[in-house]
Design a protein around this ligand. Structure first.
Ligand code: PEP
Ligand code: MN
Length: 266
């Protein structure tokens, strides 16, 4: 907490890729890894536009058991190939502590999804590693609960935790979730950890990503995690909220302006 850490801490995902510094880190990529061609193509494009971390899901926790569940170990391997091809560090979701060993050499940052924010066995096991953890806020969890989940990881000795606000469930149905923009200043005040925002899962529709991303940077977020797809209309998951390469480029241009206005850079 703040008493023990008056200074903000930073998390280094890979050499030179630091979350929580002057530079705003953009993590981008598809919701799910779908094929070798897809993930390598997306990785190259987002890198070209200024993203410094590649995202992509291999294990996908879906609401329906009949929806695409991810390529699993093969997807993880393809992410690693995309990393070797582009140099981008990789963040990918882990859903079960039994897979930690497998993930260790294949990614640079664990993602804990909203649905697993209080999977305490998973959090405790991740706390035994020293690999960064991007912890997403559960869609019905308070900030206090969110911070306690971060403590579960840190209590094991792994202080490389990045908080991620990705929208919460409210009475509003127009948006997929309601982006709790106040989480940014509140979390930054209550904790020393870097805070990133996921405008994709918050809005749930592609045209909302850019304005929500701008709001996040203006509110003080240290980074963004954005879904970008080579062909959103045919995506195996979250196509509606995925940006095309062109719209990602436009989004990067407009967030650079906001970053500059608040004394930071993308
Ligand atoms: C994701 O990042 O693809 C994802 C499943 O996010 P969340 O856990 O926030 O729903
Ligand atoms: Mn998704």
């Amino acid at each position: 907490n703040r008493r023990m850490h008056p200074q903000d801490t930073t998390v280094e995902i890979a050499p030179g890729v630091v979350i929580g510094g002057k530079k705003i880190v953009v993590m981008a990529g598809p919701c799910s890894v779908e094929s070798r061609e897809q993930i390598i193509d997306v990785a190259k494009h987002v890198k070209e536009q200024g993203a410094t971390v590649l995202r992509g899901g291999a294990w996908k926790p879906r609401s329906s058991p009949y929806s695409f569940q991810g390529l699993k170990a093969e997807g993880l391997e393809l992410l690693h190939e995309a990393h070797k091809e582009t140099g981008l560090p990789v963040v990918t979701e882990i859903t079960n502590p039994k897979n930690i060993e497998l993930f260790m050499d294949k990614c640079d940052c664990f993602q804990v999804g909203a649905r697993n924010m209080q999977n305490f066995d998973l959090l405790k096991e991740l706390g035994q590693t020293r690999k960064p953890v991007l912890l997403k806020r559960g869609f019905a969890n308070t900030m206090e609960e969110f911070l306690m989940s971060a403590e579960y990881v840190m209590a094991g000795g792994n202080e490389n935790v990045i908080l991620c606000e990705r929208g919460i469930r409210t009475y509003e149905t127009y948006t997929r979730n309601t982006l709790d923009i106040s989480a940014v200043p509140v979390l930054k005040r209550m904790s020393h950890l870097p805070v990133v925002v996921d405008p994709s899962h918050a809005g749930g529709i592609y045209w909302m990503v850019e304005p929500l991303a701008k709001a996040a940077i203006a509110a003080g977020a240290d980074g963004l995690i954005i879904e970008v797809h080579n062909d959103p209309a045919h995506a195996l998951s979250d196509g509606a909220q995925s940006l095309t390469y062109d719209s990602f480029q436009e989004t990067m241009t407009s967030i650079r302006r906001i970053a500059e206005a608040v004394g930071r850079e993308v």
